[in-house]
Design a protein around this ligand. Structure first.
Ligand code: ADP
Length: 448
């Protein structure tokens, strides 16, 4: 096993990885920007190295600085967390060429699945359903018009290099499509330096269901069941849960097996997530792969009892998975709420600043993964998530009641947070019945 691991990240995920290292007897090396000098991940790691000024382009995105820090510290492997460089295949390759293990997939698998159009091709070849759409990238406007006529409006134009909803446009008719195509291409070019776009049928009121995968270097691929992340605002997930409330047992089995098939076809190793949308008739369609650990991984840990970060480290180190598919049981119900420093009263405007006081909820089945405490100042430079509140109970109903109780206990003064807004969601009859889709928050909750 490794003696020392460098964590190329900050915030709660850096802490999460440090904790896994400690439990495994591995030393952890934190890197930090000047704005994070007082951060918990710096304090809790065995070593900490400053890699530059506050802005992430000058620190957490500086490949050269991170590699130097790894060399100086004597780390043998690098965990990228999520965000920042986690899905950057170039970084992954530099890590490998510098003789460190990258705790994640190979650069080749990352590249193949990171490009949405090529991931779609892998899915098709592995007999995994994809949303009906164009055969590859759109070559010109006529190609788009022709494809849209075949599959029927509305259609969705998507950037092959896309992420965070950028380069995505809905078109309701042909006239729409011509302008939307240009806009999507321009936006994709500006955001990703790649104007490649393709077309998909726009699925009405979809649910977002994703499957957690872990695969070792010995050909073993296991799925750890699904998470439902349909509660979103502007494509940002707000609440995640496992199991998905409305999925039939038959669809659950089919979607999990499809995800494992896709990952096996790409010879993908380590942890990853296969994302699907599910329509009103329980048909599921592959949309993309996230080639990294995700924010919402704890709900899967709660319902399966498997420590995903420890598993990632063992797999990267070449160890075979200690379980087989049939050993993995989904038990109980887990829900996660992302607590963001944002003001729901002011259109979710980010709300960085000093946390004057903080009361953290507890009790049976409550977990709070967070890097913040009283006296901590949330810096304006990074994303606004300050913690994840996770609950685990025997049933979904009990988990909802526990989450409402925990959210009403959490008390943060000094900055605004999304906690009270999450209570409104959890109390809503549509959420209780599981009857929500990815546009529900914007359409039925915020608009009313
Ligand atoms: P990004 O990587 O930019 O976040 P995704 O491909 O993951 O883009 O899609 C983001 C969200 O957009 C999905 O969670 C889903 O809500 C919605 N979406 C994606 N594809 C479709 C589709 N074909 N029809 C309807 N909604 C879609």
């Amino acid at each position: 096993m490794y003696n020392r691991i460098l964590i190329a990240n900050r915030g709660e995920i850096a802490l999460r990885i440090i904790r896994a290292c400690k439990e495994m007897g591995i030393e952890s090396v934190a890197v930090f920007s000047e704005a994070d000098r007082e951060s918990a991940h710096v304090r809790l790691a065995d070593q900490a190295i400053c890699i530059g000024p506050a802005k992430s382009v000058d620190s957490y995105l500086r490949i050269d600085q991170i590699i130097s820090a790894a060399e100086i510290s004597g780390a043998e492997a690098i965990h990228p967390g999520y965000g920042f460089l986690a899905e950057n295949a170039h970084f992954n390759e530099v890590v490998r060429n510098s003789q460190f293990d990258f705790i994640g997939p190979t650069p080749e698998a990352m590249e193949q699945l990171g490009d949405k159009n090529s991931a779609r091709a892998v899915a098709l070849a592995a007999n995994v359903p994809v949303v009906p759409g164009s055969d590859g990238l759109l070559v010109d406007e006529d190609h788009a018009v022709h494809t849209a006529r075949e599959i029927g409006y509305p259609v969705l134009i998507k950037a092959t290099a896309g992420g965070g909803g950028k380069g995505m446009r809905v078109a309701l008719n042909e006239q729409n499509l011509r302008t939307a195509l240009q806009q999507a291409q321009a936006e994709a070019k500006a955001a990703f330096g790649n104007a490649g776009v393709y077309l998909e049928k726009f699925v009405d009121r979809p649910r977002h269901v994703e499957v957690q995968i872990i695969a070792d270097h010995h050909g073993n691929v296991c799925h750890l069941y699904e998470r439902d992340c349909s509660v979103q605002r502007r494509h940002q997930k707000l609440i995640e849960e496992s199991p998905s409330p409305l999925l039939s047992e038959r669809t659950r089995t089919a979607i999990c097996e499809a995800a494992a098939r896709l990952v096996a076809a790409a010879k993908y190793q380590n942890a990853g997530t296969v994302e699907f949308i599910v329509d009103q008739h329980d048909n599921f369609y592959f949309i993309e792969v996230n080639a990294r650990i995700q924010v919402e991984h704890p709900v899967t840990e709660m319902v399966t009892g498997i420590d995903l970060i420890q598993s990632q480290i063992r797999v990267a180190n070449g160890q075979p998975l200690p379980f087989r598919q049939e050993d993995i049981q989904l038990q109980g119900a887990a829900i996660e709420c992302r607590i963001n420093a944002e003001n729901p009263q002011k259109n979710f405007q980010p709300c960085p600043g000093l946390i004057q006081s903080l009361f953290v909820p507890g009790g049976l089945g409550v977990r709070f993964d967070s890097h913040v405490q009283a006296g901590y100042s949330v810096p304006p430079y990074y994303d606004s998530m300050i913690g994840k509140l996770i609950v685990y109970k025997p049933t979904r109903q009990e988990a909802i009641a526990c989450m409402i109780r925990a959210l009403s206990e959490i008390d943060i003064t000094g900055i605004a947070t999304t906690a009270s807004f999450q209570i409104d969601i959890l109390r809503h009859p549509d959420f209780l019945s599981g009857n929500v889709d990815t546009k529900w928050v914007e359409r039925d909750l915020l608009a009313s």
